[in-house]
Design a protein around this ligand. Structure first.
Ligand code: NI
Length: 254
């Protein structure tokens, strides 16, 4: 059994195809999906899917690339959604200096608002970090008792310990399977097994040999297989550990 801890089944790319994609995921042994929101539309759609399928759970939040447009009223709307029974996390949120370097203050502020809610509501954070390792670490380290996921972790192997010390989990996706991806392969070897998660980030980041094609949750299996190979463990061990970690972090029903 596997859990895809980060899938955008709520993205436009999957419109009308949800049922067949879910079916293929289940056939591949992916028993639960965490559907991640990133703006108003996808937050609502994530909840809709979670209401429709008992093995789907939702997270809601604001992506750093829309931080510049987020106003107080947007948080009023978010707070209502955070009340929903099947919302199990906050995000994705974080910092992205690859796509937007012009609104760093907005990004930090919107990120902090979501971190505060994570602590108040005891919901794990789904953290997006791109070209912003130091800044993300600096914001997070202003808080204590954090719980959450460095999603599709793209930082260095050296920084893994710093994020672990903050209380966070490390999640790996398709890039760990890429032939030339030295860093994620190193990371896969150093994360303690009890802090490791797997994801697809579908429809993005399709693993090898589907790189560049539309990704889907069934392919989380390829991610777990590659991690098993890198750690010299069996696939079953990786699947079992990452599934248990996801169940306990998100407080899912077994
Ligand atoms: Ni994502």
């Amino acid at each position: 059994m596997l859990i895809d801890t980060h899938v955008h089944l709520n993205a436009d790319e999957f419109e009308g195809k949800e049922a067949e994609i879910i079916k293929r995921a289940q056939e591949a042994g992916v028993k639960k999906l965490i559907v991640i929101g990133f703006d108003h539309k996808t937050n609502e759609k994530a909840i809709e899917l979670a209401e429709q399928y008992d093995f789907i759970y939702a997270t809601v939040g604001f992506h750093p690339t829309i931080a510049k447009d987020i106003k107080d009223n947007d948080f009023v709307i978010l707070d209502e959604l955070l009340d929903h029974d099947k919302v199990v996390g906050i995000g994705e949120c974080g910092l992205d200096f690859y796509w937007d370097k012009d609104h760093i203050d907005d990004q930090v502020e919107v990120f902090k608002e979501q971190i505060k809610r994570s602590l108040e509501l005891e919901l794990p954070l789904i953290i997006h970090m791109r070209d912003a390792s130091e800044a993300t670490y600096n914001v997070l380290s202003e808080f204590e008792n954090l719980r959450g996921i460095m999603h599709c972790y793209s930082g260095s192997a050296e920084m893994v310990d710093q994020f672990l010390e903050l209380g966070l989990h490390i999640s790996l996706g398709g890039p760990v399977t890429f032939k030339n991806a030295k860093t994620p392969k190193e990371v896969a070897k150093v994360v303690p097994l009890d802090r490791l998660l797997v994801e697809t980030d579908s429809p993005y980041l399709s693993p090898h040999p589907f790189r560049g094609k539309r990704n889907e949750p069934a392919r989380v299996k390829l991610v777990a297989e590659e991690i098993a190979k890198l750690r010299d463990m069996s696939f079953e061990e990786v699947a079992k550990a990452t599934t248990e970690n996801a169940i306990s972090l998100f407080k899912l029903e077994e």
